[in-house]
Design a protein around this ligand. Structure first.
Ligand SMILES: [Zn+2]
Length: 450
């Protein structure tokens, strides 16, 4: 461990060096007797070409990363890979299963040494691309409820613990007038090409990208002034005739005011709201959301908790879901808890999805902490401080528990042990509660939203 920390310091010498310390353990000798190791991405450049005539999309990705161990580097991409190179030399790629959770990743067959490397990947992009009578649409929408539903569904990426700079270039072969909505800086490179540059604090769950023919789109744009004086461009747009953009805009302004008062100035450089029908619920990205009107307040809350203070992994995902759900309950206060215990923060370190118990049991746990803190300004006060302290970085459940303890002077360790890190009996392990704010959409439903 000392060597790893020293190497981290020598190679990187920056605050982001800590990313690798939040990675799951290496997967020991399961790939032809070699260790598969998690790595630290520094930068990824994705070049995507979409051909309307052949109805094919092809992606070429270049990833600069650092490995701290000898082994086969782990990354993820759901699609199969056409060609891969490490440091310019062609390599074979294979799937690798996580040892204690039903999930898998990708890794090379050949071993690399510690240090800086470049991974190049080429693959056919089928998820998130739609060809129809109106032309071509591209949409990278995320979900934390289904495994491998972040950027890895579309492009090669790392796990949620890793923050790195991303740059996507989109090339189309047709000349239809097109809109590009993204939570990065969008630049036109000519008639059929766009480049999107994303901030360095982004992770695999952060990116929002939606590009589609400019047909029948209704859009409202304005400038939001945050309480720190920053002018933030805001956009509400919809493709659905059943959605009222003016209602979305009015409610977005109302919720932004509420969140600014409770948790500070909006923490991103853009606000993008893609309004969809009531049955679709919503999903959060950094400063962007695809959402129904009903879920709008919940999703904008996630731009603070989930996509500004971010979860390090599936075991930390309950924190932000519980906070957003507690807000939905109008910050109710409970003098006692409503459940016997849970394991919502104690799954395998390889789990990437949020435990659905967060919505109800997680929410009630926070409502109880709020009761216990009632003579010390209440929980919302500490959540504000929590956001100021950890914005644009990732936290574990332990980071959250420790922060509350040190800031408030109250020790909640025993409560966390019982209600968050408890046993795994069938009742305690049940995840039967689904939330209308985040319904699980089928692939057909998702494609319709492109
Ligand atoms: Zn949520």
């Amino acid at each position: 461990m000392l060597n790893k920390i020293l190497l981290t310091f020598l190679i990187l010498g920056s605050a982001h060096a800590a990313d690798i310390d939040s990675a799951p353990p290496s997967i020991g000798k399961s790939v032809r007797g070699k260790n598969a190791v998690f790595v630290d991405f520094k930068k990824a450049t994705y070049n995507i070409t979409i051909n309307k005539a052949s109805k094919k999309a092809y992606a070429k990705s270049v990833i600069e990363f650092t490995s701290f161990d000898t082994g086969t580097p782990i990354f993820d991409l759901v699609s199969s890979i056409v060609k891969a190179k490490i440091d310019g030399v062609e390599v074979d790629i294979q799937a690798i299963k996580a040892p204690t959770w039903k999930t898998s990743f990708k890794t090379t067959k050949s071993v690399i040494s510690p240090g800086n490397h470049t991974l190049e990947i080429e693959h056919n992009l089928s998820n998130g691309v739609k060809f129809d009578y109106s032309g071509v649409s591209v949409g990278f929408f995320m979900s934390d409820l289904g495994d491998r539903n972040f950027l890895e569904k579309y492009l090669p990426t790392n796990l949620e613990y890793d923050h790195y700079k991303m740059n996507i270039v989109l090339n189309f072969t047709n000349t239809t007038s097109r809109l590009v909505q993204a939570n990065g800086t969008v630049k036109s490179l000519g008639k059929n090409s766009w480049e999107i540059d994303y901030p360095a604090y982004f992770t695999t769950s952060s990116v929002y990208l939606h590009s589609f023919p400019d047909l029948g789109i209704r859009k409202l744009e304005w400038v939001h002034t945050a309480s720190d004086g920053r002018k933030i461009p805001a956009t509400v747009y919809t493709k659905s005739s059943r959605v009222r953009p003016d209602n979305f805009k009015r409610n977005t302004i109302k919720y932004l005011k509420e969140l600014d008062r409770d948790y500070g100035p909006f923490p991103h450089n853009k606000i993008i709201v893609y309004g969809v029908g009531p049955m679709n619920g919503g999903m959060e990205h950094c400063g962007a959301t695809i959402t129904s009107e009903r879920a709008l307040g919940h999703e904008l809350t996630h731009s603070y908790f989930a996509r500004s203070v971010m979860p390090k992994n599936g075991n930390s995902g309950w924190v932000d879901e519980a906070i957003a759900s507690w807000r939905d309950s109008r910050y109710k206060r409970l003098s006692s808890t409503t459940f016997a215990g849970s394991n919502m923060g104690k799954h395998s370190p390889y789990r990437r999805t949020t435990d659905k118990k967060a919505y109800k049991q997680g929410r009630d746990f926070l409502a109880h902490l709020d009761y216990l803190l009632r003579n010390k300004k209440g929980l919302r006060y500490y959540l504000n401080e929590f956001h100021q302290r950890f914005q644009h970085s990732s936290v574990s459940t332990k980071d959250f528990a420790d922060f509350l303890k040190f800031q408030s002077g109250e020790n909640f360790d025993k409560l966390f042990e019982k209600y968050i890190w408890g046993g795994t009996s069938p009742i305690l392990g049940l995840e039967d509660f689904s939330n209308p704010n985040h319904p699980k959409l089928s692939e057909a439903q998702l494609k319709a939203l492109l």
